[in-house]
Write a protein that binds this ligand. Structure first.
Ligand code: ADP
Ligand code: MG
Ligand code: ZN
Length: 482
C-alpha cells in the first residue's frame, strides 16, 4: 500500500519589539542572565500586565500580509502549567479568540505553486530558559534565565495542507522571508527567534480521513525540520505496515542520531485549563488602525519577485533567489542603481556575494564589499581595465580587506594587459618554451590552442586580455608556421 504524509506547522516567531509583551523590560538578546526582568515578568504577586501596542501592531501587519481576518475584538487567555522557567505558573496567550483568523501563504516546490491555508495567528508571551551543563559554576545544579520570560511571540498555525517534508521546508522558508520583509521578526533561527513544531500523520494514498498525528517539538533549522519529518514519516508508515497504530504523542528530534523520540503521550499531555485572562480587558482594534497598518505595509516578497522579472528582465529563478531575503534584494537594487546591468549584477550577487556571505556568516549589510564597491568592480570589468578572472580575485580581496576595488587593482598592478606589443613579447616567449606543443599544433592537433592560451594567461598572472591573446596567438602560430 502507498502512503501519503500530511503535515501542519505551528511556528513561533519572536516579535521585533524593544520591550516585552506585558512590561517595559528590554528584549535584547545579549543581556546577562536575568538582567531583563522586573516584578511583572517575574510573576510577583500584586502586579498587573500592560499590553504592548507595538506587538499588537506587528500581529496586525502579519495578518494583513497573509490576507487573514483581523478580529476587531479579541481576548487573552491563561494557559496554566507548572515549569521552573515559568514563574507565574501560566503563560498569557490567546485561545478561543485569536487576533487573526484564516489567511494563506503561497509556496512553490519543484515549479508547482501551492496555497497553504492558515488557521490562526495569535499573540502570546514566551517562557524563560533552564540552563544545565558542565560549563556552569556548579554543574550539579540547574540554573534559570528569565530574560525570555514575557518576550512577545506570534504563533502561526497552518492547516494540515502540507504533503511532504520539502513542502514543509518551503512553507517555513516563505514564512520566514515574509516576516523579515514585514520587520515583524528577525528570522534568526540560531537565536531562537523562529521555532517550529511540526505535526505529522500518514494515511493511505487517496484516503479522505486524516491519520493520527504526532507533534515534533522545537525544530530550529530547516534541515532539522526536513530530517525530523522524513524520519517520522518513515517511522509511522513502518508502524502501520507492521499492523500497529500510531499513538498521538509529542516527540523530540535527536539531531545527533537523526531520530525522533517520544516526549509525552496523550495521557501525559498537559491540561492547560485555559480561561480568560482576568487582568486584561478585551483588546479592541478599530478599522482606522487596521487601515493605517495596511497603508504602511512594505512591498511583499511575491510582489517584489514579480517586479524583478518585469522591471529588470531577470529570469524567474534569479528573482526568486534575490528576493528570498529583503536585505539581499536591497543589496541587488542598490548595486543596479550604480551599475545598470541587472543580469550581470544578479550573477555576481547570486554567485560570489552569496558564497562570501555564507563563508563569513554575514548578512548582506555586514558585507565589507558594499553595493557601491560591487558596482565599481563591475565597471572596472566592463570597461576592460581588469579581466574576469582578476575581477574574482579583486572581489575576494575587497571582501576581506574592505578596501576600494580601484585601490586594490592599482596597488597590486592588476590592470589588464591590453597592450598588443607587450603581449606579443610574452606570447613569443611562451611559444619558444613550448616548442613541442607548437609543433604538434602545426601538425594538426588544433586542441593544443587552448593549452597555449592557458600558458599565456599563466605567464601574465591572469592579467592578459583574453580576446587579444586569442588574436595574437592565432596570428603568430600562422605567420611563423612552416
Ligand atoms: P492543538 O490545539 O492540539 O495544537 P490543532 O488542531 O490546533 O491542535 O492543530 C495543531 C496543528 O496540527 C495544526 O498545524 C494542524 O494543521 C496540525 N494537524 C492537525 N491534525 C493533523 C493531522 N491529522 N495530521 C497532521 N497535522 C495535523
Ligand atoms: Mg499544538
Ligand atoms: Zn519585565
Amino acid at each position: 500500500m502507498e502512503y501519503e504524509s500530511v503535515i501542519g506547522l505551528e511556528v513561533h516567531a519572536q516579535l521585533l519589539t524593544r520591550s516585552k509583551l506585558f512590561c517595559g523590560c528590554s528584549t535584547a538578546f545579549e543581556a546577562d542572565p536575568n538582567d531583563n526582568t522586573c516584578p511583572v515578568c517575574l510573576g510577583m504577586p500584586g502586579v498587573l500586565p500592560v499590553l504592548n501596542r507595538q506587538a499588537v501592531e506587528l500581529a496586525i501587519r502579519t495578518g494583513l500580509a497573509v490576507q487573514g481576518t483581523i478580529a476587531t475584538t479579541c481576548r487573552f487567555a491563561r494557559k496554566n502549567y507548572f515549569y521552573p522557567d515559568l514563574p507565574k505558573g501560566y503563560q498569557i496567550s490567546q485561545y478561543e479568540e485569536p487576533i487573526i483568523q484564516g489567511g494563506w501563504l503561497d509556496i512553490e516546490v519543484n515549479g508547482q505553486r501551492k496555497r497553504v491555508r492558515l488557521i490562526r495567528i495569535h499573540l502570546e508571551e514566551d517562557a524563560g530558559k533552564s540552563i544545565h551543563g558542565e560549563h556552569l559554576a556548579d554543574p550539579t545544579k540547574s540554573y534559570i534565565d528569565l530574560n525570555r520570560c514575557g518576550i512577545p511571540l506570534l504563533e502561526i498555525v497552518s492547516a494540515p495542507d502540507l504533503r511532504s517534508p520539502e513542502e514543509a521546508k518551503a512553507y517555513l522558508q516563505q514564512l520566514k522571508t515574509l516576516l523579515e520583509y514585514l520587520e515583524v521578526c528577525d528570522g534568526n533561527m540560531e537565536e531562537g527567534s523562529l521555532r517550529c513544531d511540526a505535526n505529522v500523520s500518514v494515511r493511505p494514498k487517496g484516503a479522505q480521513r486524516l491519520g493520527t498525528r504526532t507533534e515534533i517539538k522545537n525544530l530550529n533549522s530547516f534541515r532539522f525540520l526536513q530530517r525530523a519529518l522524513e524520519y517520522e514519516i518513515e517511522r509511522q508508515i513502518e508502524v502501520l505496515r507492521q499492523g500497529g497504530t500510531v499513538v498521538q504523542e509529542t516527540r523530540l528530534f535527536d539531531a545527533q542520531r537523526g531520530i525522533t523520540l517520544p516526549m509525552r503521550t496523550k495521557e501525559e499531555a498537559h491540561d492547560y485549563r485555559y480561561f480568560p485572562e482576568p487582568d486584561l480587558v478585551p483588546l479592541r482594534v478599530d478599522e482606522a488602525w487596521i487601515a493605517r497598518v495596511q497603508a504602511s505595509l512594505p512591498e511583499l516578497p511575491a510582489a517584489r519577485r514579480q517586479r524583478f522579472v518585469t522591471q529588470y528582465g531577470l529570469p524567474a529563478y534569479d528573482a526568486e533567489v534575490l528576493t528570498a531575503s529583503r536585505a539581499l534584494a536591497d543589496y541587488f537594487e542598490a548595486t543596479v542603481q550604480r551599475f545598470p546591468q541587472p543580469k550581470v549584477v544578479s550573477n555576481w550577487v547570486m554567485g560570489e556575494l552569496l558564497r562570501a556571505l555564507h563563508r563569513f556568516q554575514h548578512t548582506p549589510p555586514q558585507a565589507p564589499l558594499t553595493p557601491e564597491y560591487l558596482a565599481e568592480l563591475l565597471q572596472l570589468l566592463d570597461s576592460g581595465v581588469i579581466s574576469g578572472k582578476i575581477a574574482k580575485a579583486v572581489f575576494d580581496e575587497v571582501y576581506e580587506t574592505g578596501r576600494r576595488p580601484r585601490e586594490v587593482v592599482e596597488a597590486k598592478g592588476l590592470v589588464q594587459i591590453s597592450d598588443a606589443a607587450a603581449l606579443e613579447a610574452v606570447i613569443r616567449r611562451v611559444l619558444a618554451e613550448n616548442a613541442a606543443q607548437v609543433e604538434a599544433y602545426r601538425g594538426g592537433k588544433k586542441q593544443i590552442f587552448g593549452y597555449l592560451v592557458g600558458q599565456t594567461m599563466k605567464a601574465t598572472q591572469g592579467k592578459a586580455n583574453p580576446q587579444l591573446v586569442n588574436q595574437l596567438l592565432r596570428r603568430l602560430l600562422e605567420e611563423d608556421g612552416p
